[in-house]
Design a protein around this ligand. Structure first.
Ligand code: ING
Length: 320
């Protein structure tokens, strides 16, 4: 057993309204080809990797928004990508807008074995933005309008990639990466590799633009670095980047190790492959010391984290 899992981040550039599904699939095939050529065992694609980031557009009805959802698995056109991955002997992780047979809508990530079977599914739990149109916003962010909160929790699967490594795999989507609770849910299941796709706008979600844009990349990096360090795992955090319909999303895909170090980073806003060897033995270093959860955590003092949703400030003010 080698312990080395070679992981590819398949960053994608923009997907325009006018791009066909065939156009997108052709790009994904090229990325899988390149990743396999560079020895990757698993290829991770961005959030909503088959469509534009359509939650920036307002639709009055779900019937109109349904044009962006896939009702089958694998989504239309993806079988060719799964077939290539199987031929190359690589695993795939991709994310798409899922409409279930009983008419539920989720922002969904799917992990596929080398044999083309779905071995893990995750539906996005932290949905940022808003559900109604807000006129004064520079751009809409209507994930709460089009997606339901995921109903699968934060699952982790233990996978044996024969002849390569046995590892615990988990997934997050975009805004999830900003919430430490999501990471800890995976960390408490001894996750070794967290796969994250994102579509993050350069423009601020806060209407008053109090946060200068350079902080967007800082925040995107630090939440993944902290998540990995505090939960003893690797992460592959993969952007859909570039200017879609006039709206810029940043790239900056990264691969991070369990010490919180960025070991690979994208430098473009286009389709770009990052490939890194992940020595899974690094996950065990701090499990035996700094972040030995069994030895050091004190859940009896963490009740607020689960019992409380919003803020509750101290009732009394002391004059000092
Ligand atoms: N996008 C953004 C993200 O969490 C966002 C939304 C951007 C929230 C910047 C907060 C700050 O990266 C998605 N799709 O979640």
């Amino acid at each position: 057993m080698s312990h080395i899992l070679t992981v590819a981040a398949a960053q994608m550039g923009p997907i325009q309204r006018t791009d066909s599904r065939d156009d997108v699939i052709a790009r994904m095939l090229k990325l899988v080809e390149g990743a396999a050529h560079r020895g990757a065992h698993i290829v991770v694609f961005p959030e909503l990797c088959l469509t534009p980031f359509f939650p920036r557009w307002y639709y009055e009805t779900m019937e109109e928004a349904d044009q962006w959802f896939d009702t089958q698995w694998p989504p239309a056109g993806m079988q060719a990508v799964l077939d290539l991955a199987r031929q190359k002997g690589v695993m795939l992780q991709f994310s798409y807008a899922e409409k279930t047979p009983d008419n539920h809508h989720f922002n969904t990530a799917s992990l596929v074995s080398r044999h083309g079977e779905e071995v893990l599914k995750y539906r996005k739990i932290h949905l940022p933005g808003h559900a109604e149109y807000i006129a004064e916003r520079p751009l809409q962010h209507l994930e709460k309008r089009y997606f339901e909160v995921g109903n699968l929790g934060f699952p982790v699967r233990r996978l044996d990639f024969e002849g390569v490594a046995t590892f615990n795999a988990g997934m997050l989507l975009c805004n999830d990466r900003r919430w430490p609770e999501a990471w800890r849910e995976l960390g408490l299941q001894e996750v070794d590799l967290v796969m994250i796709g994102y579509n993050t706008p350069v423009a601020n979600l806060d209407v008053k633009h109090e946060q200068p844009p350079h902080l967007k990349v800082l925040h995107s990096n630090l939440v993944v670095q902290a998540g990995c360090y505090q939960n003893n795992c690797f992460a592959v955090s993969v952007a859909k980047a570039g200017v879609e319909d006039g709206h810029a999303m940043f790239g900056n895909s990264i691969i991070v190790n369990p010490f919180g170090e960025i070991i690979a980073q994208a430098s473009t806003w286009s389709d770009e492959l990052l490939v890194a060897d992940c020595d899974l033995r690094l996950c065990h270093v701090n499990r035996a010391s700094t972040f030995n959860f069994s030895a050091h955590r004190r859940p009896e003092y963490y009740r607020r984290i689960v019992d409380q949703t919003g803020w509750k400030r101290p009732e009394h003010t002391l004059t000092v």
